[in-house]
Design a protein around this ligand. Sequence first.
Ligand code: M6R
Length: 361
Amino acid sequence: EKGGHKHFMAKEIAEQPTVLADALAHYLNDGAITLPETTPDFAEVDRIVMVACGTAYYACATAKYWFEQLAGIPVEVDVASEYRYRDAPVGPKTLAIFVSQSGETADTLAALRHVATRARIVSVVNVPESSIARESDLALPIFAGAEIGVASTKAFTCQLLVLLLLALKAGRDRGRVTDEAMAGHMASLSSLPGLMAQALAASERIEETSVKLAEAQDILFLGRGSMFPLALEGALKLKEISYIHAEGYASGELKHGPIALIDRSVPVIVFAPRTALFDKTVSNMQEVMARGGKVVLVTDRLGAVEASEGCWQVIEMPTVPELIAPVLYAIPAQLLAYHTAVAKGTDVDQPRNLAKSVTVE
Ligand code: M6R
């Protein structure tokens, strides 16, 4: 049942090229995005509120960058346990998006009920029969297949994919994504499964790094732009299954506090594809190295050529279009957590104190 893998988590990480291709096949037709007819017309939406817990929340935090960039829609993202008790104002043109793998998370369901009579509800779920799916105006399945490992992996990348498709539709509805730009984005999307397979090839290299990371007490994750939510997700994944204390920060926040933690014993994992923000992240990385911090740079070929000097470890990813980078860089984030947990000998699929579906508050 684990398909030759040692753990469900390993199987689920490895399945990502296939499940993403599957999800794409469900939502693309003749090179165009085909969402259900009841999908909102984003020309009529003036604000989006996205609500979820844990990893699903980080998928929302990533999608915020996409909705803003592609569609110019203001987006608010909140954790469900906060949103359900807030008096967050909701306007007549507000769209509320709820993201949940299980579709049964108690806080997310309560947050949905909290706004159900005031806003249009779209949910992004892995279980189409779930409570969250049933109580939404529209439920979009992510087609990840059953996810058994408590640490969410393939559901995260499939959530990202569906949210990206929604953001692209939003950009089209609002006349902000041209035909030409759309053709480029479509090409990026179709290249995604193949690129994910290439990213998985870094597994052995990541394992070597993880054996060393397993000795650390604290690990920091840094990223800028859409790599910032991924830094948070990488830290969550590592904490959950390796029990090593980890924190994710926006690279630029480093000097506002967390840099005080840096010394020789603190590895700092930096997600930095060679994009427009690369140089900024590299300068934050140098601040870490100047204080003896051990940098693990996760980047592409060009990034490695330009910024490997002084790094403790460099993990190379295939070069990807910026838009889909957060989906691809999820793989090294997951593999770092996985191999570190294996090196520590923890119960990877059933980490202590955690449940797959949190159905109580
Ligand atoms: O089923 P959901 O997507 O609603 O679950 C939300 C969180 O409980 C979940 O993502 C949790 O954070 C995972 N263990 C993360 O790996």
